[in-house]
Design a protein around this ligand. Structure first.
Ligand code: GYE
Length: 332
């Protein structure tokens, strides 16, 4: 049955070359910003609407963005973190429009609900660049997106699960990311595609909101309902929820990584350490260092240059041995 995954892999692989462009579109030029960013020019004012600070991935992403959008690089950054509240994030973007920023960078918490405010930005001639997560709104309403292939991440996680458990009846619980977010939707879809036809059964799947506390609380519920002995596999949509779940398993007297096999996504430092320690069994990377690419897109769009509409950054996967080899040289 693993062979049936090949078409999925081929499809996902085709979409995931590092920095591969899927389509291109000409950027709009903001008024009065000719040749932005070169020496002697005024700073480019960028409003960045970040999701919040829910995870280690998010901390690394925020740092990458703040470093890239620095004054030395020609930017004045107005930073907003919405604490994972979609309505607050829409308000933040509306505020950026009212302030008349040169460009808006958005890491959308959820996919839906962006049509109106993105249209308002377009009406105000303020270009919008998406980083990290995607939106369901029309592509015409933003200039470009840079991020990761969440579907492929799910496929890679699911393929590993299928290899490990294949025909063996396996009871799996899932810790989903934020409901309605692109990575939660796509990581679920990719994983399910990859395990289709195996004997892996999803016995429960709930959101832990991408946080460590959320993952711990939901895992406590799973343990209370099913018992550690009746859970074989945990798929967590990010490292932090997996790390929270590890706390819950240990508190209940279980051995994470042995009693329950654990797969997570991100490959941030704490996750990689848990993998080296044998508490997590497999991690799919999700690279948070998107700042330089986002900053370049903003400069290019404001300079009226044609930019790629979709910019993918490539991810890799780690087993325990692979993690041990690279952990000291990881940047996040
Ligand atoms: O995996 C998770 C974070 O959108 C890719 O958001 C990002 C996800 C990341 O909270 O840790």
């Amino acid at each position: 049955m693993k062979k049936s995954f090949l078409s999925t892999i081929a499809f996902a692989g085709a979409a995931a070359f590092a920095l591969t462009a899927c389509s291109s579109d000409s950027g709009e030029t903001a008024e009065g910003s000719e040749d932005p960013g070169s020496a002697g020019d005024e700073l480019i004012t960028v409003g960045f609407a970040q999701t919040g600070s829910e995870s280690g991935w998010r901390s690394a992403n925020t740092e990458s963005m703040q470093t890239a959008f620095s004054e030395e690089n020609g930017f004045e950054l107005i930073f907003n973190a919405a604490d994972n509240d979609p309505a607050a994030q829409i308000s933040a973007v509306r505020n950026f429009i009212n302030q008349g920023v040169d460009a808006i960078v958005l890491a959308p918490i959820v996919e839906d609900g962006w049509d109106d405010v993105l249209q308002e930005a377009a009406d105000a001639d303020i270009p919008v660049i998406l980083e990290d997560r995607t939106v369901s709104a029309s592509e015409d309403l933003y200039e470009a997106w840079v991020g990761l292939d969440f579907y492929k991440e799910g496929v890679m996680a699911g393929e590993w699960a299928a290899e490990q458990f294949g025909d063996t009846p396996t009871r799996m619980v899932v810790l989903e990311g934020t409901t309605g977010s692109a990575p939660a939707n796509d990581r679920a879809a990719g994983f399910n595609e990859a395990i289709a036809g195996t004997a892996i059964e999803t016995i429960d799947s709930q959101t832990g909101d991408f946080t460590r506390d959320g993952g711990k609380a939901v895992m406590e519920g799973y343990i209370a309902n099913y018992g550690i002995d009746n859970i074989d596999l945990l798929y967590a949509h990010n490292d932090d929820m997996g790390l929270g779940a590890i706390e819950a398993i240990e508190a209940a007297g279980g051995v994470p990584g042995e009693d329950i096999t654990i797969i997570t996504i991100d490959a941030v430092k704490d996750g990689m350490q848990a993998l080296v320690d044998g508490k997590i069994n497999f991690i799919v990377e999700c690279n948070p260092l998107l700042g330089d690419l986002a900053a370049q897109l903003v400069k290019d769009v404001l300079a009226g240059e044609e930019v790629e509409k979709t910019v993918y950054v490539e991810d890799q996967t780690f087993t325990q041995e692979q993690a041990a080899e690279v952990i000291d040289s990881r940047l996040y």
